[in-house]
Write a protein that binds this ligand. Structure first.
Ligand code: AMP
Ligand code: MG
Length: 401
């Protein structure tokens, strides 16, 4: 392998990947299309939020000092349902204005009482208790104009897109989506829907990997899978490197004679490392093909999924200056035995339950790296440090699937 780092631990692998940047472009996108995109600027509010003092309740607005000895009866001098209607109303002593939630507070009023605590007879309202000053939502109490509320690198979750609208932005500068080519390799692969001959399986990795790319807010294209032929592989890699920002392959990176992705990267590519101390998923490689970053993921479906989550996703987030999406790690109590390995960070797929006020991790399903059901039917993975012993009852770190 010469100088090329071999069988590195995950942190080293990430550090090597992180040395390779990706050309990111900023584009302005209509708010409707900003969901799950990466904000590219620090975003200041264009307005105070709220823009004016308004009522937090449906009820009446009045002078607090008039309401201190309930029951109090006040004259209703008008109704304010929306902005503009308060312009020529001033609430004086012994007076009240009917007001709706969100409507501007009229001059003279400094408090609200909700409608449930009042009774109305003709043009008079009787209050059962003193009115409340804190039912006035003050101008700028959430955000003031020019205040930055969302920072560059933030993933635009639904509530954040709503916040962009509240701040007055109709379009937002976001990181242009990366275009990611996904190439699966192997003579045995058929697309779902085709007839399987003996020895063939349905190609599944590219579907899961495309979903993971989308989950990170980018575009995935599943290129036709290639058989185990160096010429075909070279042709597809050349095509992918001229049209995409990133190439992800699956299969063909192990030690075998037919592991052609590894072979072609060794002989013709720019290989940055091969093999990582990660189980499942030890065979991956990373490098450049015609200057385009390429991850060679293992063919085993669990391995390709795990390597994406542990290596590809952190690199994509780093390369696009994204913070998150937050992948919360948590701790759970081991309810079953799980097997670590001597020299690899090891991930076992577990069901996670909430029991007795804490999370518990149950390994129930066959852990083979070919068993994608072990990922699909689990809620999380326990993260087992190399060389450590684990017993039932121990607290272990988990990540959610
Ligand atoms: P490989 O890394 O090419 O030796 O493949 C390892 C295992 O993963 C073999 O059992 C392959 O049949 C299987 N495999 C490879 N690619 C895929 C794929 N795209 N979808 C499902 N299984 C695959
Ligand atoms: Mg193969």
């Amino acid at each position: 392998m010469g100088e090329i780092p071999y069988f590195v631990n995950l942190d080293e692998a990430l550090e090597i990947c992180n040395r390779t940047p990706v050309q990111t472009v900023v584009e302005r996108v209509n708010l409707d299309h900003c969901h799950n995109r990466i904000l590219a600027v620090d975003l200041p509010s264009m307005v105070d939020d709220p823009p004016f003092d308004n009522s937090a309740m449906d009820g009446f607005a009045m002078r607090y000092e008039d309401t201190l000895e309930p029951p109090t009866t006040l004259d209703i001098i008008g109704t304010i349902q929306a902005a503009g209607q308060e312009d020529d109303i001033t609430v004086g002593a012994g007076q009240a204005v009917r007001i709706m939630t969100g409507a501007p507070i009229p001059k003279g009023a400094d408090s609200i009482l909700q409608v449930e605590l009042t009774s109305v007879e003709e043009n008079k309202v009787t209050l059962q208790q003193p009115s409340m000053k804190h039912f006035i939502r003050r101008q700028g109490e959430n955000l003031t104009k020019e205040q930055v509320a969302l920072y560059s690198g933030t993933y635009l979750t639904p509530s954040r897109v709503g916040l962009c609208a509240t701040m007055g932005h109709s379009s937002i500068p976001v990181v242009k989506k990366l275009n990611v080519a996904i190439i699966s390799t192997g003579d045995e692969l058929k697309q779902p829907g085709e007839e399987l001959e003996r020895g063939e399986i349905f190609e599944s990795n590219s579907f899961g990997l495309a979903g993971l790319v989308n989950w990170l807010g980018h575009n995935a294209t599943r290129l036709h899978s290639v058989g185990d032929s160096l010429d075909n592989l070279r042709e597809v890699l050349n095509e992918a490197s001229s049209n995409y920002d990133l190439i992800i392959t699956s299969g063909g990176v192990s030690m075998g004679d037919w592991d052609l992705v590894r072979k072609i990267m060794e002989d013709e590519g720019d290989l940055h490392f091969w093999r990582v101390k990660l189980r499942p998923g030890s065979p991956p490689l990373f490098g450049l093909w015609n200057n385009t970053p390429i991850f060679g993921l293992p063919g085993n479906p669990v391995s390709s999924h795990v390597v994406f989550r542990m290596l590809v996703a952190p690199w994509i987030r780093h390369a696009t200056q994204a913070k998150g999406p937050i992948e919360p790690r948590a701790f759970a109590r081991l309810a079953t035995n799980v097997k670590p390995t001597k020299d690899c960070l090891t991930l076992r797929r577990v069901n996670i339950l909430s029991e007795n006020g804490e999370l518990s991790a149950h390994q129930k399903i066959h852990q083979g790296s070919g068993n994608i059901a072990s990922v699909a039917m689990s809620e999380g993975m326990v993260i087992l440090q190399p060389g450590r012993e684990y017993s039932i009852g121990d607290m272990v770190e988990i990540m959610f699937l």
